[in-house]
Design a protein around this ligand. Sequence first.
Ligand SMILES: Nc1ncnc2c1ncn2[C@@H]1O[C@H](COP(=O)(O)OP(=O)(O)OP(=O)(O)O)[C@@H](O)[C@H]1O
Ligand SMILES: [Mg+2]
Length: 354
Amino acid sequence: MYFDITPKLRKEDFFGMDYQIDLFKSYLLDESVRMIVIKGLRRVGKTSLLHIGLQESKVNYIYIDVRDAPFYERKEFFVSLINKIKEKNNNIWTKTLEKIVGVSFSYNTFSLDLFLAKEENISSFFSGLNEELKKKKETFIFAFDEVQLLKQIKFDYFLASVFDNYHQLKLVITGSEIGLINIFLGKENYDAPLFGRANLEITIGKAKEETVSKFLEEGFTQIKKEIKFVEIRDVLENFDGIIGWATYYGWYRSKNFPHQKAIEKVKEEGKIIVRREWENFLASKKAKVDYLKIIRFLARGKNNWALLKQNFSKERKKISDSQLSFCLTELIAYGFVEKLNEQYFLVDPMLSMV
Ligand SMILES: Nc1ncnc2c1ncn2[C@@H]1O[C@H](COP(=O)(O)OP(=O)(O)OP(=O)(O)O)[C@@H](O)[C@H]1O
Ligand SMILES: [Mg+2]
């Protein structure tokens, strides 16, 4: 059903994404492709594409939603990753450790925590895992959802070594903060660990108006209801082409909420989610007032450079060109603002409501 609000796991529930699924599958099955990057704004279907593509191509994979993992602590993160490998394939996991720790290896007396306290053991483990997989002619896909969060534990160095040395392991990474993903991948930065490692990208954007309309119409047919033209217009006006919000709206309608109430509920809940994302962003920034003002001006339609500058001076707040440019670049990098034809827009209308 299109209006399920969790990330989709089945192709038939994932509307209009056949092309992207097939493309992703072809990359997964192509031995020469070592790294795949799925990029897209928030709530456009990245996680759904990841799950469906991985399942459909019947590859062995480990999926990690970085947001649910201890991404701030290197050793803890590796413990959780290696435990996932154990869950997936206990046999290969045991064989790998037997090789490194010795034949007497027994999980009862073995502490993964202690083992990983030595940095060199991490690489021994993955090199051993690679050897085991090679013997069995198997490949593992490591899929990291919202990988940019792992920059702080220098996970990009680890991924570069996987890319270079462990050919039985293949990488899939996704992220909503596109600028941060680019930094993670070392685009245009010769010194970054992942610089120059070839990858193939799949980008998911906001859906077009016709696509959202069709999604809603077909979703309503599935729930045996009808949606009026004006209601579709209203959804588009409120939530633009962000299919995640249209899904939430449809879900409320499937639970018999009337149109207006459903719109309000999505706004109410959406605002909580977006506020949290926005506050997380602001927390790490010094120039909080500048960022807040920019968002407020953009929400009022002051979309170009000159208008932004003008509004800063109207409010008697000085901002230099370099500072304004820096703030806008950051807002774009974190996926809050997009730039089209020299104009700046809030990506998600929910942010202007917040
Ligand atoms: N094409 C689609 N067809 C049906 N439902 C979709 C589609 N795209 C997204 N959704 C729904 O929208 C919501 C967001 O999807 P998903 O979690 O896959 O996106 P995401 O880009 O990973 O989001 P986030 O940035 O929050 O991690 C989910 O409820 C999902 O079911
Ligand atoms: Mg996601």
